[in-house]
Design a protein around this ligand. Structure first.
Ligand SMILES: [Mn+2]
Length: 315
């Protein structure tokens, strides 16, 4: 029969393509080698006191509806969407093991993934998966986070959103001198762990230094220091690096954090490094995100990553 809703249905305007259309569901048989892929990790067992980040991947994808695909200079090319993992929700050790194995397979297939979280503890397992797939590639790590996240932990059952970089530093591919952390806030990290990070040669850049020097310059300086001798770069974004005014929907909303424009400028600068093999956007927690602004900022950062990692061939 003819289309019963002809002329009545909302149709996409080909003169104004929207960002959600840039996520192409992966189909069986499609090669991943060299491809930028998006993968959701809906797990928040690392934040028992404020659950909700498990709904982050879905909210970030929805946040793309606020945006088009052209940034004024670059047309963003489509990427493959691998969908969401389903880690066991009641067993932290098993969840992290399955997440690590998923990351290992994606890296072994040659893809350049953008992971959507999920609590930040997951990043430790994602980097372990990368280390397992590429054990001979010295890794650099850049973080945008209010926190150091290098807490001691007892065992695989006690991983939390405060442990990912301690775990990442235990892999043979990473060392402190190739880690740059941007967005650290006052009163957000203990003296003990700040000294622990400093003693391992981690490059620390505070919110104050970013305000003084400018986001782009601070990010370039951090990148230069951390990537010496590195063959690959991983970028991990915790949405709590942004001020609570623009990112209330996180497990640890912060006062005096980065502005949305600083977040965007830092991510844009870091993402253009040709060694970038993977990135993640963690801690978006929809139950605490009353009007969706955190997810919208996370989606905006996702577009920056996509634009840099996967420029449109025609552009
Ligand atoms: Mn974090």
């Amino acid at each position: 029969m003819p289309d019963p809703l002809h002329g009545l249905r909302a149709e996409p305007d080909p003169r104004d393509p929207r960002a959600p259309a840039l996520l192409h569901p992966w189909r069986e048989g499609e090669a991943l080698d060299g491809r930028v892929v998006v993968m959701g990790v809906p797990y928040d067992g690392g934040i028992p006191s404020r659950p909700g980040a498990r709904f982050g991947p879905r909210a970030i994808r929805e946040g793309l509806f606020a945006f088009g695909s052209w940034d004024g200079e670059r047309e963003v090319a489509p990427v493959l969407d691998l969908g969401d993992l389903s880690p066991p929700s009641m067993n932290g050790a098993a969840a992290h093991a399955s997440i690590e194995e998923a990351a290992r397979r994606v890296f072994a297939a040659g893809a350049r993934p953008i992971f959507l979280g999920g609590d930040h503890g997951i990043t430790g397992s994602l980097i372990r998966g990368l280390a397992a797939a590429r054990p001979d590639t010295p890794l650099a790590l850049a973080t945008v986070d209010a926190h150091l996240d290098v807490r001691e932990y007892a065992d695989e059952a006690s991983l939390s959103s405060g442990t990912p970089f301690r775990r990442a530093l235990e892999t043979p591919v990473l060392e402190g001198g190739r880690v740059a952390m941007l967005g650290l806030r006052r009163f957000a990290n203990s003296r003990f762990y700040l000294e622990w990070a400093g003693a391992r040669g981690i490059h620390l850049t505070t919110v104050d230094e970013i305000a003084t020097h400018g986001a782009e310059r601070a990010a370039k300086a951090a990148l230069y220091r951390a990537t010496s001798g590195a063959g690959a770069l991983y970028l991990s974004i915790d949405m709590d690096a942004a001020d609570a005014a623009v990112a209330p929907g996180v497990s640890a909303p912060g006062i005096g954090g980065l502005s949305a424009r600083e977040m965007i400028a830092i991510v844009r600068t870091l993402a253009t490094d040709p060694r970038l093999v993977a990135a993640d956007i963690m801690e978006t927690s929809p139950p605490f995100d009353q009007d969706g602004r955190t997810a919208r900022l996370a989606a905006r950062l996702l577009l920056e990553l996509m634009a840099a990692m996967c420029p449109h061939p025609a552009a």
